[in-house]
Design a protein around this ligand. Structure first.
Ligand code: GLN
Length: 313
């Protein structure tokens, strides 16, 4: 109303409001079923969490229910690999948007087995190869890393999803063997794929995801533990690649309309980093044609708009 000041809504109220609006949207999207175990999830789940750097966490809806984080796990793998490999990593994977679907094979053949970026499947498989080669127990290293970031020792891989990914992972196997033929996979391909599928099958809630990635909004320092997870340069690089490639072939549109480094997964999770403020994680299983959560996109877009959170303004 003209002449009256509108009291800004409390973040929790705002989240609830946005969640309800998301649930009232016309039905759209489809749960991922190319990994059959993912199709078992209740498609109506909808949650959102915001973890602020001061430790406050705001939630609405199903924000505490663990879900299959899928490609969001690519951030964890990459962070570990960047710390272990240094700049040598960038000889094996680039930092360009792909302009292709997340599991596309064509470009990889043209570009001699060097994936466009670490957030498409081929890139994450190269990252997995570096972890398998570096650690005697790479899966244990990864889960310990994730648990300590989220401060939740109960985080685990979903065995059924892990198995289902293995059984229906022909395309990922094709990517890995193609890269092996270009000498861009060092370890045994099946071991690398096993690590990759394992990290994709981690179950975490919106709260876990938002909390665990707070270091990306804080120049690499995890606010809860005061631990340095990576240096400010690596933080900058991860956020930059999230901005250009994290939402696959919809990254341009997401930057255009929201303007935050973000990553989606085919389990319906979507995480967005707001430097100096915190991390948002939304989840709802139905996906659009790019593999991004429909309600998740809506909720993060609305929240960013209402709180004025773009990194580009
Ligand atoms: N596990 C999925 C796959 O490899 C991850 C893809 C995704 O979340 N976009 O196909």
């Amino acid at each position: 109303m003209e002449g009256t000041l509108q009291r800004p809504k409390h973040t929790a109220e705002l989240l609830q409001d946005i969640l309800e609006r998301a649930k009232a949207l016309p039905e759209q999207g489809k749960v991922a079923d190319y990994i059959p175990a993912l199709a078992e999830v209740n498609p109506d789940y909808t949650g959102i969490a915001v973890a602020e750097l001061d430790g406050n966490v705001h939630i609405a809806g199903d924000a505490q229910i663990p879900f299959s984080i899928q490609s969001i796990s690519k951030i964890f793998g990459l962070t570990l690999a960047m710390e272990r490999m240094g700049d040598a990593l960038w000889q094996r994977v680039r930092m360009e948007p792909s302009g292709q679907a997340f599991n596309s094979i064509m470009q990889l053949e043209w570009e001699q087995g060097i994936p466009r970026n670490p957030f498409i499947n081929a890139g994450a498989i190269v990252v997995a190869d570096t972890l398998v080669s570096h650690y005697s127990a790479s899966r244990t290293a990864l889960i310990q890393f994730v648990r300590s970031l989220a401060n939740n020792p109960l985080i685990h891989a979903d065995e059924t999803v892990w198995q289902s990914e293995r059984e229906h992972g022909s395309r990922n196997a094709a990517l890995a063997y193609l890269m092996k033929s270009f000498n861009n996979i060092e370890a045994d391909v099946e071991t690398v794929l096993d690590h990759y599928f394992y990290q994709c099958s981690l179950n975490m809630s919106c709260v876990d995801v938002a909390r665990s990635l707070a270091f990306l909004a804080n120049r690499g320092l995890q606010p809860s533990s005061r631990e340095i997870i990576c240096d400010p340069r690596s933080t900058h690089r991860i956020n930059a690649m999230l901005s250009t490639s994290g939402m696959y072939d919809q990254s341009g549109e997401f930057a255009f309309s929201v303007g935050l480094p973000a990553k989606s997964g085919v389990g319906g999770g979507l995480v967005a980093v707001v430097p100096d403020y915190g991390v948002i994680c939304a989840w709802s299983p139905k996906l659009n044609r790019f593999g991004n959560s429909c309600r998740g996109m809506y909720m993060v877009t609305q929240l960013a708009e209402e709180l004025g959170l773009s990194v580009y303004s």
